[in-house]
Design a protein around this ligand. Structure first.
Ligand code: HEC
Length: 110
């Protein structure tokens, strides 16, 4: 009896600790919409065509994508990005950054 309980507890823990990759991407898509990233960026033809992110996963590493989300000002300086308005600094939870990163890194050249 007690062994069954422990197994149950462990599997519940594992499930809450890390969301499946598929869930994370879906969550990232939601954060992208909620944060209105599409004011300046487009994905699959939706949003601002001046900043397409459809191939950002081929162009940038996961770390670079993350840096844009967590330190837009620093990345703007570092890359000498000239497009205006410049990307503003976001303060998102680690969970949202993880989700956005997972979502955007799947955007690869077809
Ligand atoms: C006010 C406009 C604006 C908003 C809103 C904005 N960005 Fe940006 N972003 C930019 C600009 C400008 C650049 C510089 C590169 C370019 O010209 O597209 C950039 C660059 C990026 C890059 C690197 C793209 C590349 O091709 O090198 C990523 C990734 C990115 N933004 C993600 C996001 C995400 C995620 C959000 C929402 C949380 C967001 N941006 C919101 C303006 C914006």
């Amino acid at each position: 009896m007690s062994r069954v309980l422990i197994c149950f507890a462990l599997s519940t823990l594992a499930a809450t600790a890390s969301a499946a990759p598929q869930d994370l991407k879906a969550q990232g898509e939601q954060v992208f919409t909620a944060q209105k990233c599409s004011l300046c960026h487009s994905i699959a033809g939706k949003g601002n065509p001046k900043g397409p992110l459809d191939e950002v996963g081929s162009k940038l590493s996961d770390g670079e994508i993350r840096s844009w989300i967590t330190d837009a000002k620093g990345m703007t300086e570092k890359t000498h990005a000239a497009r205006k308005p410049a990307m503003k600094a976001y303060t998102l939870s680690k969970e949202d950054v993880d989700a956005l990163g997972a979502y955007l890194s799947t955007m690869k050249k077809k």
